[in-house]
Design a protein around this ligand. Structure first.
Ligand SMILES: [Mn+2]
Length: 414
């Protein structure tokens, strides 16, 4: 069961009469010279269409008393197909998107002219996703298109981005199921890492293992580039190089996740390579874990992520003072240097309005961390959490995080 049609109906409902919305999938970006980066679909387009193909466009029309949905995709091109493989045909695109009117791009311009010239009544508003990275062709952006049509047809331009953002912030049952599936798979990947982990390995071997274990249909299925940092590298938040040898007395931090139909898991766990935390590692670990659990217990509708951040900073400060890890207490800003939470969904750092109070159906991360480079100890414990009308539900609660459970698990693998 899909719900792309439900989402489009919701957006159409929010649009004013006498309006057209154009939402583009985007195009591949140039990496260097004639080489392109792998195509990454505009998630707002995917959210409304289920289509992950470049050069596609959704056209939603809301005339007076009439709505219409059109989808445009690249036409069949036998020569191109020999170079870059098969593309969706019209029937496949209909099937995926549940849009009944699917056309090829050669019909786009004439269709748009018909619409602006009154086929569905006068059009006053043009809704476009004005996120600057969305290009229609080469350097021609949605912003350029908006300006061109504004001048030509005297249109009022409205950014559709915040409207789709508000919809994406509240997850449906189906979306929550996708997130659960992504987290389940991530847990399996993490268990593979625990089994494989031993001193003398390189960090990248574990990152590669995680990526390989999650491949689906031959494709990498990472939600984002895996972070594996051992020893002092655990204190670098987005440690990128992963070329160090792992030592027996290191702590090792993993920040990783797979996707399920583009829905991202985002999990961090921190383990002792030897299987047993040193007294100092355990101290830091317990402080972060206590904070993780306290924030989860604190989450409720009506709070903002800023409230959670204040709560977490205060909590970590008190824990660190109690454990004599810092002094003076203001030093917490040197050791807890990021935010407690972000929304999660089709993007790992999902589209959101951070000032908006949390509500039922939001899925957010809870990821306190403490980083002491001079001790070579960085700890982050990140869970994915569903906001409900009562206590928050920890979607990742099957991924163990109690220090004793972790030590027990490490013992059984030997
Ligand atoms: Mn995160």
């Amino acid at each position: 069961m899909k719900e792309f049609d439900v989402r489009r109906a919701k957006l159409l409902d929010k649009m004013e009469n006498n309006s057209v919305a154009l939402i583009f999938s985007g195009v591949s970006k140039i990496s260097s010279e004639d080489e392109f980066l792998p195509f990454v679909v505009n998630r707002n387009f995917f959210y409304l269409s289920g289509i992950e193909q470049e050069n596609s466009c959704l056209m939603l029309i809301k005339g007076v008393g009439v709505t219409k949905e059109n989808l445009f995709i690249d036409p069949f091109d036998p020569v191109k197909e020999r170079w870059t493989g098969k593309k969706l045909n019209v029937d496949q695109a209909k099937d995926l998107s549940q849009v009944s009117n699917v056309f090829t791009n050669d019909a786009f311009a004439s269709m748009l002219t018909l619409v602006f010239e009154g086929k569905y009544g006068e059009i006053k508003n043009l809704y476009v996703d004005l996120a600057p990275e969305i290009k229609i062709k080469n350097e021609y952006s949605t912003k350029s298109l908006a300006e061109d049509f504004k001048a030509k047809y005297n249109l009022n331009i409205i950014d559709v981005y915040p409207m789709i953002r508000d919809m994406r912030m509240v997850k449906s049952e189906l979306e929550i199921e996708e997130l659960r599936a992504a987290i389940r798979k991530t847990n399996i990947g993490i268990n593979r890492l625990i089994k494989a982990l031993k001193p003398g390995m390189y960090e990248y071997e574990l990152a590669d293992l995680f990526e390989f274990s999650g491949r689906e249909k031959g494709r990498s299925n990472l939600a984002f580039s895996t972070i594996v940092g051992a020893g002092v590298n655990s204190t670098c938040l987005h440690y990128p190089t992963q070329d160090c040898k792992i030592q027996a007395d290191d702590i090792i931090l993993f920040d990783l996740g797979y996707r399920e139909n583009l829905y991202c898991a985002d999990i961090s766990r921190t383990y002792p390579v030897s299987g047993v935390y040193s007294p100092m590692q355990r101290k830091v670990y317990e402080a972060v874990l206590n904070c993780n659990k306290a924030v989860i217990a604190y989450i409720r509708e009506g709070l903002t992520i800023k409230d959670l951040q204040e709560f977490a900073t205060n909590y970590l400060k008190n824990e660190c003072v109690r454990l004599k890890l810092i002094s003076p207490e203001e030093d917490i800003r040197k050791y807890y240097i990021h935010n407690i939470s972000h929304h999660l969904g089709l993007d790992t750092h999902d589209i959101s309005d951070r000032s908006r109070p949390l509500e039922k159906g939001n899925v957010i991360t809870v990821e306190p961390g403490l980083y002491f480079p001079e001790l070579k100890i960085g700890v982050r414990i990140e869970d994915d959490v569903l906001v409900t009308s009562g206590r928050a539900e920890v979607l990742s609660d099957s991924i163990i995080k109690e220090a004793n459970d972790i030590e027990k698990l490490f013992k059984t693998k030997k």
